[in-house]
Design a protein around this ligand. Structure first.
Ligand SMILES: [Zn+2]
Length: 67
């Protein structure tokens, strides 16, 4: 399951990244689990603003699809 990740967005590229829940609750700056910096956190990763968005980060998808 991926419910422990929030959806982050790289405002420069529009790409969605997965952000750990534990860090999403902290103040900016945030980083995706792939290491990319994200400018905004919005909603859950397993949703339309995350992995089901138009441009989800392939590395974050792979990292959250594992065990
Ligand atoms: Zn990513």
């Amino acid at each position: 399951m991926t419910s422990d990740h929030a959806a982050g967005r790289d405002q420069a590229t529009g790409r969605a990244h997965a952000v750990l829940r534990s860090t999403a609750d902290l103040p900016a700056p945030w980083a995706g689990i792939c290491g990319a910096s994200v400018g905004v956190v919005q909603g859950v990763w397993d949703g339309p603003r995350g992995r089901r968005s138009a441009d989800p980060c392939p590395e974050c998808v792979q990292l959250t699809s594992g065990s």
